[in-house]
Write a protein that binds this ligand. Structure first.
Ligand code: SER
Length: 588
């Protein structure tokens, strides 16, 4: 069975079991500002896991594209990726462990479905600790289904708990399903979760019944939810008898393309090929969301992926600009499911070429500089910062180079150097945001608030007919579409800029109120009245005394005071489509 068959079978199965199929969300989290990227299917659903009513009901299923950089060092082994797709079924306060586990089992082993022999399945279960008890309920269910005790493993929170790492939010114990590839155990302690590749985790059933508070406590959630995630790449691999993901149709055409460009073949140096294939696929998807390489936040993740791929390209003898050549095979693999790739092909390729040319200018010299560093085993903060600043080496790349020579990098020293040179804008400090969303990027958050002010300015200058038609905000800039028939004059643009900058100078408070959608409409709040917001919505208000400048329905986050925004500048105003204008603006 190919990946397309797997996606379809999964969705059909859960549809037949009362689930509504919902579209996957963007890689840029819409409902969860605690993460830079959508790393799992649960992020877009956070409001609904904590009690908001989902318009499609309580049983949902989807395919979600994800980016996860936590495992970047493991990319190249049999099973780890930075870009992957997850199949998920969800209970929002509806069914619980029995149904969830039974369905997982039926889908995996049922003749009509994946038909995996039960002997291949190994199960891990939460062992219990002072926050939550051992999961006896799941254990009994798996035993009843015929999984013998020797294939059931009880593991601690690090392995069997899905939750916000060090942050707040919905979480709970999980039970994971591993496929045994049949490889020999690497040693006596080899078990599911071991990195040797014998066991592939293919599905995770999370029982989300807790909310982790700011104080680190686990409180019961209003409702008990089920969040499951099945890896498309891994499951496709094992269904086709492969012992790694790169042999599936989701990677082979990319590997083939790289072979055309390289001097050394895949069989000789698979690791370099795998890193390139994974990273450039991930980069293609990130670029398709209009993110550009930069030194902060999402842009920096993207830059790291591209630059790491370039260095690995050198290792297999690729000398020319090549990263853009991987875009076509990626588009081809996913053309039926992710049309945004093809739509943004030119932008994606252009950005890759630009980034690669930029990096090529310093890569060779940087590598020479690296060779010349005098060390007694540890590369100093100053040297690694110099590689970063002068030669554009992401710190992870320096670490990787160091590892190859059995050296270490003084990471604390690097961070200190970086802080010295950086204006404070990079990481958000707790308290800047509403609602404790401490991990949302400060630059992005500032631009979100600027967008509200700009819409207010546009309506003031161009008239009340102006409404928002769309927006796309990154850490570097905001792009904003609005209804208006003519080109704006330079005077009008200046007036809108002045309006926003005036509001910034006055350091106005940004507040929000929660209310029903009905009430929000009644008081005339701007915003996309989309049913996805459910019943209760947040209305962000910026006012000066009694005068309300802006009142918009919005999930946030926003800054607390406008004074932090800096100087607002409109860089471009152009036509977007008939009757719709597009503005690109920045904060300086
Ligand atoms: N959130 C869980 C995971 O990503 C299950 O979907 O593994």
């Amino acid at each position: 069975m190919k990946s397309s068959g797997l996606r379809k079978k999964f969705l059909d199965f859960f549809k037949a079991n009362g689930h509504v199929i919902i579209p996957g969300a963007s890689l840029i989290p819409v409902n969860d500002p605690t993460v830079l990227f959508t790393t799992a299917g649960m992020h877009p659903l956070v409001p609904f896991l904590i009690g908001e009513k989902h318009p499609s009901g309580k049983r949902l299923a989807d395919v979600q594209k994800c980016i996860r950089t936590g495992d970047i060092d493991s990319v190249g082994d049999s099973w780890h990726l930075t870009f992957f797709e997850m199949l998920g079924n969800w209970s929002l306060g509806d069914y619980w462990k029995k149904e969830a586990i039974n369905w997982s089992f039926e889908f995996l082993t049922g003749r009509k479905y994946l038909n995996i022999p039960i002997e291949k399945l190994n199960i891990t279960i939460f062992a219990g600790d002072s926050d939550a008890p051992k999961d006896e309920e799941s254990t009994a269910i798996w035993q009843q289904l015929g999984i013998p005790d020797e294939r059931i493993y009880f593991l601690p929170k690090e392995d069997n708990w899905w939750g916000p790492a060090g942050q707040t939010g919905p979480c709970g114990p999980c039970t994971e399903i591993f496929y045994d590839t049949g490889k020999e155990k690497c040693d006596l302690s080899c078990r599911p979760g071991c990195s040797c590749g014998k066991y592939a985790e293919i599905w995770n059933d999370v029982f989300m019944e807790f909310n982790k508070t700011k104080e680190g406590k686990y409180e019961p959630l209003k409702q008990k939810n089920v969040d499951t995630g099945m890896g498309v790449e891994r499951t496709t691999a094992v269904l086709n008898g492969h012992n790694n993901i790169y042999e599936t149709e989701l990677f082979l055409p990319i590997i083939k393309k790289i072979e055309e460009l390289a001097e050394i073949k895949y069989q000789s140096q698979p690791l370099n090929y795998r890193v390139i294939a994974d990273h450039l696929k991930a980069a293609t998807f990130i670029l398709s969301e209009n993110i550009e390489p930069s030194n902060i936040e999402r842009g920096y993740v993207l830059r790291r992926l591209i630059r790491r791929a370039i260095r690995h390209g050198r290792k297999i003898g690729i000398k020319n600009v090549f990263t853009f050549k991987i875009v076509e095979p990626v588009i081809d693999i996913y053309k039926d499911i992710y049309p945004e790739l093809k739509k943004n092909k030119d932008f994606i390729e252009e950005q890759l070429v630009r980034e690669e040319e930029k990096f090529n200018k310093t890569l060779e010299r940087g590598l020479k500089e690296f060779e010349n560093i005098q060390t007694s085993g540890v590369i100093s903060g100053q040297d690694s910062f110099n590689l970063y600043q002068t030669y554009g080496f992401p710190i992870e790349m320096t670490e990787e180079l160091a590892k190859e020579k059995n050296l270490e990098v003084d990471l604390d020293g690097f961070k200190k150097e970086l802080e010295k040179h950086q204006n404070l804008s990079r990481t958000a400090t707790a308290g800047v945001f509403k609602g404790g969303m401490a991990d949302a990027g400060l630059e992005t958050t500032k631009l979100h608030t600027a967008a509200h002010l700009m819409l207010a300015g546009l309506r003031k200058v161009l008239g009340e007919d102006v409404i928002q038609k769309g927006s796309n905000i990154t850490a570097e800039r905001l792009r904003f579409d609005f209804s208006y028939k003519e080109k704006m004059t330079p005077e009008q643009i200046k007036k809108v800029e002045d309006f926003v900058n005036e509001a910034i100078k006055k350091d106005l408070s940004v507040k929000y109120e929660e209310m029903t959608l009905y009430r929000a409409k009644e008081i005339g709040a701007m915003g996309v009245f989309d049913s996805k917001y459910g019943q209760a919505v947040k209305v962000y208000i910026i006012s000066e005394g009694d005068e309300i400048l802006s009142r918009e329905i919005c999930g946030g986050p926003h800054v607390e005071k406008t004074g932090i925004l800096g100087c607002f500048k409109i860089q471009k105003e152009e036509s977007s489509s008939a009757g719709v204008r597009r503005i690109k603006a920045v904060l300086e």
